[in-house]
Write a new protein. Sequence first.
Length: 265
Amino acid sequence: MKILAVILFLGIMLSSCGNNAESERLNDSAFTTTAESSVVDSDSMKVDESSQVGDESGIQGDSSEDDMKWRLFEDTYKETDSGRAAENYAHNKGIKIEGFVKYGQENPPVCDLMLGENRFAGVGCEVIAAYNYLTYEGFEPDMAKLAYDFEKNALIAADGSLGSNPRKISGLFKAMGVGYKRFYKAEEAQAAVEEGKPVIVSYHIGLNFFSGIHTVFAVKEEGRLYVYNCYNSAADKTEVESIYQLMNKNSLFIVGYTEDDGQMR
């Protein structure tokens, strides 16, 4: 188990949500949207069986690292701080983000936010997914403060070039007192959205630990399943038939979050 955990960690270390041109292209082509389905062979659209999507459930479980004590902005930020996270916060708070971020992270204004030494355009998907989830749950998250939190608590690489560890989002929710259920299989994400619950879904865009990762927020609206920041250049929220179609049969599920049974929006 320890060897497998090390392999998994190395996989995350070498992955991010579109941190380079290759992974951005993969994100753009990892699935077919409902709107584009007319030009795709009908058999390829039926990606709705869980057996076609891989997952890390055989080696993944709750760990003390996942549940680390998350230090919130209010507890750590000081106006006298001249560090990188504080400088990024000063920059980010000048970029107005209101309501849901439904479009892809390459688009303005969210693309110009900073995380570590990088623009959100390549590495901000975990922050955006958490922001959208909190917005859906009735909070009014401040994107600049949230980015500061992720930079202080969840970066995979020190410079932010590999984005944030999606398994550490649980720490944010615990610190904020947000009820949640964490899961490690695509079928659990699909079951949650069928029940009308919102989900955060994080997955490798390939069937190995070393492929890039992407993290999104998804929810059913009027019976249709929509994904926010579905791919980097998306102009708006993207309709998909299922979580399985979102991931495609060539994706590897990492972790997901949804409302716990007692949570009410």
